[in-house]
Design a binder for this molecule. Sequence first.
Ligand code: GLY
Length: 599
Amino acid sequence: MLRTSVLLSSLVFSLAVPALAQQSTDAVNPEAEAPTLSASGDEAVQAALDAKSAGQAVEGERWMVSAANPLAVQAGARVLSKGGTAADAMVAVQAVLGLVEPQSSGLGGGAFLVWYDGASGDVTTIDGRETAPLDATPRLFQTSEGEPLKFFDAVVGGRSVGVPGTPALMEMAHTKWGRADWAGLFSEAISHADEGFTVSPRLAALVEGDAERLSRFAPTKDYFLPGGSAIVAGDTLANPAYGDTLRAMASRGADAFYTGSVAEGIVATVRTAAGNPGVMSMLDLALYQAKERAPVCVEYRAHEVCGMGPPSSGALTVGQILGMLDGYDLASMGPDSADAWRLIGDASRLAFADRGRYMADSDFVPMPTEGLVAPDYLATRAEQLQGDTALTDIAPGTPEWDHAQLWADDASIEFPSTSHISIYDVYGNALSMTTTIENGFGSRLMAPGGFLLNNELTDFSFRSHRDGVPIANRVEPGKRPRSSMAPTIVLQDGAPVLVVGSPGGSRIIGYVAKTIIAHLDWGMDVQSAIEMPHLVNRFGTYDLEEGTSAADLETALTEMGFKTNQRGLTSGLHAISITGEGLLGGADPRREGIALGGQ
Ligand code: GLY
């Protein structure tokens, strides 16, 4: 399964990035005219697309960006090639993604960011998760009889919209780690918004598939189905309102989003959503804050796997899976071994049992965060994996905890959408950020500012209690819904070796764990590790990626006692590996992204 990488540096102009010792903020000028042929130019994009089709990773010497859309990746590449940091590039990438991949992420959503600092060697994270409005109650997603709403009855409209966090996260990351002028980072997204961008096949197909829901609200319909007909691939689509919002943020920062006319537009849209209004207020927006949090790190194969802790379950669940597998020799079993997948599948089921019981926003509910990934605890849980058949009894464990608290298992439904950005810059910083508006097209509400509003609150448990016992991930005012997003940076001897993450709802956890295992245990390069067929087990049924060699394992897994199901598994993995020889970037062939790298 190993594949070679492709060097784009024949297309790379030597740009004015100074040697590390001479770097200063003066060197960063994202407004400088781009060279006609560069690591971010159209030739490089075509070469990156060709590399992806051929199953090859992209090489870069000193910087790399991998994300879900070529226009967004180009914007990030231009910033990096002129000496911008990974945080600068992220702002440019996110601003373009919100325009060209509006179904997955944007200003109206939330994100988690993991940062490795090249200067200090520290790893930290930013939580830009949406929050529940202060008027939300634990019964937000229940009928008057206390029964959970049907999923899409909850999603579509204002009720599901959490206070967005992405603009605050962008600003916090730039303030902490940016070198480029903030305003200039929006210029590429603004010109695409004003002049129009080419609608991609994926966006067009998703609009067509969701036409009925998108048509329920006039502003959303007018944008995605102008005159009643869905936009099609190849159309030029402009979004001047989004351009105006970006201009306001460029000149006034995130305040321009959380106060004033943009915020008023959000509140009015949420509160007047026909049939399903929400309760968000101007106060909710004004109070929003991104939060810096310590990462959650777990040892695996003499590496440190670091990611996003609560309110995400991502790093804890990926960490539990890897921690349980650390004592098993997956390398000698190989990627085609049913026994390797028995171990991975059951480690995942055990981890998901703990996730459903214990994981939520730890600012609101006590959580055994350290206990859940303590090596002794995971070693005890891993003893259950001995044997040669699937586990029949999966239950949450009892991690060490200095708190007496009884939680009931939750009931949340998560559908795949979301987007992932991986970046490495010339200063040795690494950034892994997963960004979302939750369901495809979120709440389907388009704010007057030209962006879709999230439905992130449906990541809370719809039930608040079970048999009188409270559920940790129930709705509470000001709380952040539990996420599965797992932006990850893997370190060896304190230095980053892999930056990775994916969209995919709660399957994100399986996609990320598999990619790390494929890279570290099975020696696959980053593109091969991404491409490798998925086998994902969350709650019992083993999902096997249809039309791939994963199906070859179906008989053996069934004989072991697993229930199996062949289905599409549309991850959107974007990853960078950092080696002694340089950088390799990978982009998921299941979506439209690319990696671009340069010197
Ligand atoms: N809504 C996707 C996640 O946060 O996991």
